[in-house]
Design a protein around this ligand. Structure first.
Ligand SMILES: NC(=O)c1ccc[n+]([C@@H]2O[C@H](COP(=O)([O-])OP(=O)(O)OC[C@H]3O[C@@H](n4cnc5c(N)ncnc54)[C@H](OP(=O)(O)O)[C@@H]3O)[C@@H](O)[C@H]2O)c1
Length: 435
């Protein structure tokens, strides 16, 4: 079969863009054997073409003029590996409207403006693919959209941010939050400004995308409730260890009675659970559905070459399916309501600092019992001027627990309280040895 030459353009030639060019050049023969197409990077949009680059492209490839890509009719596929919402969003929209296929590694853009971009792709009859935007090298979007197309996936649990997973794993080894974050920065796992990672915002964008694809209903970033790991105290890490658990930043997307619930919070994860075994900067996504029971995908969730492998896989899919329309529709074809705030149910862990005197514990139990929350496990130890109570509840409504904690906060015997963390375990209290 005669080979077809396919000119490809990149928006961005940074860590991921340069890796795409390197991997595409190195694997051009493999791609040609698989698809009959020979891919070539012909243009790459950057800010500063004079910058020194580790893997410089061929002469004339770098440009600062977006029009050279938008108006070149020979370019059918563009990879957006630039980042940010604007100008990247405007560029992608224009390319799609102009009839070019786009693949993107940009989670913030897909999570915030997915609906608008897919509408443009759909009306122009082109593809928008975004595998690299979630967990880099882990092919979870393709698995959800293609391999599990007839599986009713109703729960997605994930560790989708490598930086926070590294920090939490280091804290288990005895480091404070500050020491663990400094180590992550020294090793290049965390940016100089790690806010997006440690606040949970990065994981929230990824969970919005995963939930949209898993449940076929658009979940915007604004619909995801999230909190980060900055408040995790070594006391919580120690209590988790005593409970045979570890603390992880867990993204959870669930279908509950036709409602969608997507959240990202630090959680206590049972050491027997697959997510507890995900250490360091790795990512993992666990898919649960009617026909499959459970599938866990684990691997590197960041890195130039890892992300480039997903970008190239998307480009290859585009050229392999161009003009066929195969699975190019927006994954979100229905609109499910969001689960009302406070209605999500889980076992929870929280910590209280109380006056060390008779009756203090009874007040805590009473505030919980009044809201039908029962205690599954209680740890207590002396803590300076009072007692630290570590409480694990049975399944409870989050809203009811928030009310109970607000009431406890008003008691003179209660000095401090932590935010509740969900507990992730498939074992019952007796199997956990808590009965
Ligand atoms: N790095 C990873 O491990 C990873 C993993 C998964 C997903 N991603 C996603 O991949 C995307 C790219 O990440 P990256 O790490 O490769 O970023 P990066 O190293 O900062 O590269 C960004 C590139 O875009 C260019 N650029 C930025 N703003 C521009 C503008 N206004 N006009 C023209 N060019 C512009 C830059 O030009 P100059 O070179 O001239 O500065 C640079 O080449 C982001 O969406 C990121 O979230 C990255």
């Amino acid at each position: 079969m005669a080979s077809v030459d396919v000119p490809v353009a990149l928006l961005g030639y940074g860590t991921v863009g340069a890796a795409v060019n390197r991997l595409l050049t190195d694997s051009a023969d493999d791609i040609e054997r698989a698809t009959g197409h020979r891919l070539r990077i012909v243009k790459a949009l950057v800010q500063d073409p004079g910058k020194e680059r580790e893997y410089p492209p061929a002469g004339g490839v770098l440009t600062t003029d977006f029009r050279e890509i938008a108006e070149d009719a020979s370019i059918a596929v563009v990879a957006e590996v630039m980042g940010g919402i604007e100008p990247a969003g405007g560029y992608v929209l224009e390319l799609l409207r102009g009839g070019k296929h786009v693949v993107s590694a940009n989670k913030q853009l897909i999570a915030r403006r997915g609906a608008e971009l897919f509408e443009a792709a759909s009306s122009s009859g082109v593809q928008l693919r975004f595998e690299a935007s979630v967990c880099a090298a882990i092919p979870v979007i393709k698995v959800l959209r293609e391999s599990l197309v007839v599986t009713n996936v109703h729960r997605v649990l994930g560790i989708v941010n490598g930086t926070t997973n590294f920090v939490l794993t280091e804290m288990e080894g005895g480091k404070t939050y500050g020491e663990a974050l400094a180590e992550a920065q020294a090793r290049g796992y965390a940016e100089a400004d790690p806010t997006d990672d440690v606040s949970g915002a990065d994981a929230a964008a990824k969970m919005a995308i995963l939930a949209t694809v898993a449940f076929n209903s658009r979940v915007d970033l604004a619909d995801v409730e999230y909190s980060g790991i900055t408040g995790i105290d070594p006391l919580d890490v120690a209590a988790a260890r005593q409970l045979d658990m570890v603390i992880r930043l867990v993204g959870a997307a669930r279908l509950v009675d036709g409602h969608v619930d997507v959240r990202v919070h630090p959680a206590l994860v049972d050491k027997q659970h697959p997510l507890a075994k995900v250490d360091g900067a790795f990512n993992a996504v666990m898919l649960q559905g009617d026909a499959i029971r459970e599938i866990t995908l684990e691997g590197p969730g960041a890195g130039g070459i890892e992300t480039a492998s997903a970008v190239i896989a998307d480009i290859t899919t585009v050229i392999g399916t161009m003009h066929t329309g195969f699975l190019q529709n927006d994954a979100a074809w229905r609109t499910l309501p969001k689960l009302p705030a406070g209605d999500n149910r889980s076992p929870f862990y929280f910590r209280l600092s109380v006056e060390d005197r008779p009756g203090a514990l009874a007040q805590v139990a009473e505030a919980l019992a009044q809201r039908e929350i029962s205690i599954a496990r209680l740890l207590q130890h002396q803590n300076g001027d009072g007692a630290a109570l570590h409480v694990v509840t049975h399944q409870a409504r989050a809203g009811a627990l928030d009310e109970a904690l607000a009431a406890l906060g008003g008691l003179s015997d209660v000095h401090r309280r932590s935010n509740p963390l969900p507990v992730v375990s498939d074992r019952g209290v007796s199997e956990l040895g808590w009965a």
